[in-house]
Write a protein that binds this ligand. Structure first.
Ligand code: MRU
Length: 352
């Protein structure tokens, strides 16, 4: 860890999984203990842990707990008993493909596990966590390398250590860019309605002494028109094979505004976020969450009783609005089906 990277949201202990409770930040810094796989599924659903890579890592540890439970329930039928527990983890949130990617990887490890399946699964979950951190450090360098001269940038949602094993995706590029003098200042959109930007990104950057200014989401086009930022840097929850990107609601609008103002748009995501099965972003399932997230703030009702709400929490940015997708296997400039296919070939050539 360096001076600009101090937060770690996921800890495995002999007693189970500890998750930094992101519902409580920034007021309380408290880890929640998850001792069962059902508790892990609930923690993902309720956004104790959130952000695509972090959801995948938490779910992987959830499978370790699930295997322990299944073995304790019936050592002869444990494989059968494990399946519904994995299904419950898979049903916790629909959009971030890292969840399904991590569960599939755990299933594959299970298929080759020897006499001690829990130890094998724990080793795999740890590997997923460590590889994510390594990918973030690599993407941080690659993404910062795209910034030609010192500038301010805008980010959306929280893509930091809190959303990953550590360091972050888009926020990892921001960490690396700030450390190398390429990024002078960060603007963070508040990210209505859950306020990941206001509550999490601003807190995380403050923890790590990176200068941040919070803006209302609706202020972003004005910020761009005034020439205050050169790049928008965001993460992703699922990237389709043609380079379309699902990310936190509001990302699509930022991409359109960026293109209209000559601001560059960078997406930073590990290859575990790419869903090669989906030809385009139109096929990405978009999570809808409780209307209360919009109609109330911290339990206090804002809108009049009887007012309806619509709360899709992700949107899809078409690839044509994206200048670069940064992964741990390299940068895709101008994502399109063919440039994405070249990345896929490179990943297979590198044994990924
Ligand atoms: O609903 P959330 O907070 O889980 O959404 C998170 C995002 O949209 C992030 O931008 C994305 O997961 C990338 S995080 C490295």
């Amino acid at each position: 860890m360096n001076a600009h990277d101090t937060v770690r949201p996921i800890r495995w202990t002999p007693q189970g999984l500890q998750l930094l409770d992101q519902r409580e930040l920034p007021t309380e810094v408290r880890y929640l203990d998850c001792k069962t796989s059902a508790e892990v599924a609930e923690a993902i659903r309720e956004m104790v842990v959130r952000g695509a890579p972090a959801i995948g890592i938490a779910a992987a540890y959830g499978v370790v707990l699930a295997a322990q439970e299944a073995l304790a329930e019936d050592a002869t039928r444990w494989r059968e008993l494990l399946e519904p527990k994995i299904t419950r983890l898979a049903e916790s949130r629909p959009t971030a493909v890292n969840l399904f990617w991590a569960l599939e990887r755990m299933r594959q490890r299970l298929a080759t596990a020897g006499r001690d399946p829990v130890a094998a699964l724990l080793e795999e979950a740890r590997a997923i966590q460590e590889e994510d951190l390594a990918a973030n450090l690599c993407m941080g360098e690659l993404g910062a390398g795209l910034l030609q001269e010192p500038c301010a940038v805008l980010t959306h949602c929280n893509t930091g250590a809190l959303a990953t094993a550590g360091y972050g995706t888009a926020l990892g590029v921001i960490r690396s860019g700030y450390a190398s003098g390429k990024i002078t200042h960060v603007y963070a959109g508040e990210t209505r309605p859950w306020l990941q930007g206001a509550r999490l990104t601003a807190w995380e950057l403050r923890q790590d002494a990176i200068p941040v200014t919070l803006i209302a989401d609706a202020a972003a086009p004005l910020l761009m028109r005034r020439g205050e930022v050169r790049w928008v840097i965001v993460g992703a929850d699922r990237i389709a094979a043609n380079g379309d990107v699902a990310n936190k609601i509001g990302t699509y609008g930022l991409a359109i505004a960026a293109r209209a103002h000559g601001v560059k748009f960078m997406v930073v995501a590990p290859t575990s976020t790419i869903d090669w099965q989906l030809a385009s972003g139109d096929d990405i399932p978009i999570e809808s969450r409780s209307h209360d997230e919009l109609l109330t703030v911290q339990g206090v009702r804002l809108a009049a009783e009887g007012v309806a709400a619509w709360n899709p929490v992700f949107d899809v940015t078409p690839a044509e609005y994206i200048d670069a997708i940064v992964t741990e296997h390299g940068v895709v400039h101008g994502p399109r089906p063919d440039t994405m296919a070249r990345l896929r070939e490179k990943i297979s050539a590198q044994g990924g």
